[in-house]
Design a protein around this ligand. Structure first.
Ligand code: FES
Length: 141
C-alpha cells in the first residue's frame, strides 16, 4: 500500500484554489519552525460567507494537499463552519495522512483561523478570544 492516499496525491498534483486574492478580506499565514514550511490563505468574505479562497504554500506535498482540501472544505461556507474545520477533518477528507505528516494539516487549520481573525480585526468585529487563543500570538504552529 502506498504511503499516501489517492486523494492526497490528487490534491498534491492538482491543487485546487492556488493563488492569491487581490484585496482579500482576510489573510492568514502560518509556518512550522521544524520543517520551515509556510502556508498563506486568502479569503473573500461576503455577508459572513467565504465566497472565495486561495492559498500559497511553500512546503511538502502533504501541506499542499492539506491546503487544497481545506480550501475546498470552506469555500462557499459560512465563517462559523470554517472555524469548526479541524486538522483532523482535513486529514480525514484526504483519506488520512501518515502520523508524522499530521502537522502539515495543522498548518491548514491554523491558517484558516488566522485569516478569519485578520478579517475580524480589520472590520472591528467582536470575536471570542478563546476560539483564536492558539493563533492570536506567535507565528509558528
Ligand atoms: Fe512541514 Fe509538511 S513537512 S508541513
Amino acid at each position: 500500500m502506498s504511503l499516501y492516499s489517492e486523494k492526497v496525491m490528487d490534491h498534491f498534483l492538482n491543487p485546487r484554489n492556488v493563488g492569491i486574492i487581490e484585496n482579500a478580506d482576510g489573510i492568514g499565514e502560518v509556518g512550522n519552525a521544524k520543517c520551515g514550511d509556510i502556508m498563506k490563505i486568502y479569503l473573500k468574505i461576503d455577508d459572513d460567507i467565504i465566497s472565495d479562497v486561495k492559498f500559497e504554500t511553500y512546503g511538502c506535498g502533504s501541506a499542499i494537499a492539506s491546503s487544497s482540501m481545506a480550501t475546498e472544505l470552506i469555500k462557499g461556507k459560512p465563517i462559523s463552519e470554517a472555524l469548526e474545520i479541524t486538522n483532523k477533518a482535513v486529514a480525514e477528507a484526504l483519506d488520512g495522512l501518515p502520523a508524522y505528516k499530521m502537522h502539515c494539516s495543522v498548518l491548514a487549520e491554523e491558517a484558516i483561523k488566522r485569516a478569519i481573525l485578520d478579517y475580524y480585526k480589520k472590520n472591528g468585529v467582536p470575536y471570542d478570544e478563546e476560539t483564536f487563543a492558539n493563533v492570536e500570538n506567535g507565528d509558528e504552529v
